[in-house]
Design a protein around this ligand. Structure first.
Ligand code: GDP
Ligand code: MN
Length: 397
């Protein structure tokens, strides 16, 4: 589950990580009130207005702006809320902004220079360990840093039995070239950041930039947080942080009916039992000259109700030109699935206006094919994988 910056910062602050403070606002009036409160709490008179969307690169797209008084807070908030923000990380048509974060300005001038660093905590799957990745090159696109100046990216691997050790936290501060109070602050920052990552059951915490202020404080200016869905049952308070406006509406609906659906860009919808067969089916569709419109694993019990729910989901995607149903009857009998398809089709009346190709293989596959062929419905049946592919190709042509 992805979080907004303001939610990520809330979690971080709860674990003692210093963050750039901010208050979220839904409209220009709330933004002005938030700015006043920010001044009362921090003494700041400049504010940063930050669009809250599930994508980075907001600064480049015009979604992060500095306001030097309350009037500017109002105008900028008015301009950003409701805008369609396009950044290198959004879909090409952008994302609509519903909320802004009114944050204190932390780039104020002072005794020393400000510096921006990069830091993330994530799982190194190959090593089976968490790692902290960090760089002196903060505030920029980390992929570009990795490509052009890989020697400026450091990693610290963490042994799960002992956790992050003090010498490792010191090494991070040292490699970032810090000394004095900033050095001590960085040790605290890394230690509490790692604690937050582990205790929140996160799969990614990316802080870009981590800022050293001109008075040598270390704080998180940005926060990209991804939580592990499988651990959400342990964090009831995080479940409420899900923002359905940010998620694909078909995927949200699929989740609600217990179907494993991932939206894709193609034109052939597919309904398959088993994730492996679903992947193979997507390959097959490509080979037949189509592009998969989705990944959909209906699971072991492909009864009429589930099949109907799956059809309805697939048909919500206006790009779908044909549907390929590919079911292997191992535990489930093919004739029951076929009956499910026929029942679902009949139930849905005129809703299905595109060709459906059904490939059933396994227990009672022959009976299933007969059932479909005799149903009088516009469904093409197949038993062999290749046969199904040929039929997909034929209906697309
Ligand atoms: P992103 O573009 O989506 O990664 O959003 P960030 O939260 O990283 O903000 C983008 C940029 O805005 C940062 O790299 C900073 O340069 C700038 N920025 C963020 N906070 C402040 C602030 O308090 N004051 C000023 N002057 N600039 C800021
Ligand atoms: Mn950032």
């Amino acid at each position: 589950m992805n979080l907004h910056e303001y939610q990520g910062k809330e979690i971080l602050a709860g674990f003692g990580v210093r963050v750039q403070r901010g208050i979220v606002a839904n409209n220009a009036q709330e933004a002005v009130d938030a700015a006043k409160q920010m001044t009362a709490e921090t003494g700041t008179s400049w504010y940063v207005i930050k669009a809250q969307i599930h994508a980075g690169g907001r600064g480049k797209g015009g979604g992060v702006k500095l306001a030097k008084n309350l009037k500017e807070v109002e105008t900028i908030a008015e301009q950003i809320i409701g805008m369609n923000l396009i950044t290198p990380q959004t879909p090409p048509h952008g994302k609509k902004v519903h909320k802004v974060l009114i944050a204190e300005d932390v780039y104020y001038p002072g005794e020393s220079e400000t510096s921006e660093f990069y830091m993330s905590v994530l799982l190194n799957r190959a090593k089976g360990r968490n790692m902290i990745m960090y760089s002196t090159e903060g505030g920029m696109d980390i992929e570009a840093v990795a490509e052009k100046t890989p020697h400026l990216i450091f990693t610290e691997e963490i042994d799960p039995t002992v956790g992050l050790l003090p010498f490792q936290a010191r090494r991070v501060a040292f490699n970032l070239g810090l000394d004095g109070n900033a050095f001590k602050e960085m040790i605290k920052f890394v230690t509490s950041l790692y604690k937050a990552y582990v205790n929140a059951d996160a799969s990614l915490f990316e802080i870009n930039p981590v800022l050293k202020t001109s008075d040598d404080k270390i704080l998180a200016v940005d926060a990209k947080v991804v939580l592990d869905d499988n651990a959400l049952y342990r964090h009831r308070d995080y479940v409420d942080m899900r923002d359905l406006l940010e998620e694909n509406p078909i995927e949200v609906e699929a989740k609600a009916v217990g179907l494993n659906y991932v939206d894709l860009d193609g034109n052939v919808g597919c309904m398959v039992n088993g994730a492996g067969l679903a992947m193979a089916t997507m390959d097959l569709i490509k080979q037949a000259g189509g592009e998969p419109a989705n990944f959909l694993d209906v699971g072991g019990t492909a009864d009429a109700k589930r099949v109907e729910a799956a059809f309805r989901l697939i048909l919500k995607d206006p790009n779908v030109k044909a549907i390929l149903v590919n079911i292997f009857g191992g535990i489930v009998r093919c004739d029951r699935v076929a009956q499910g398809i026929v029942d679902a089709y009949k139930n849905m009346g005129d809703a299905i206006k595109i060709p459906i190709i059904v490939r059933l293989q396994g227990t009672n596959a022959d009976i299933a094919k007969e059932l479909i062929d005799n149903s009088g419905l516009a469904v093409h049946s197949a038993i062999q994988f290749q046969e199904a592919a040929d039929k997909v190709q034929a209906v697309l042509a």
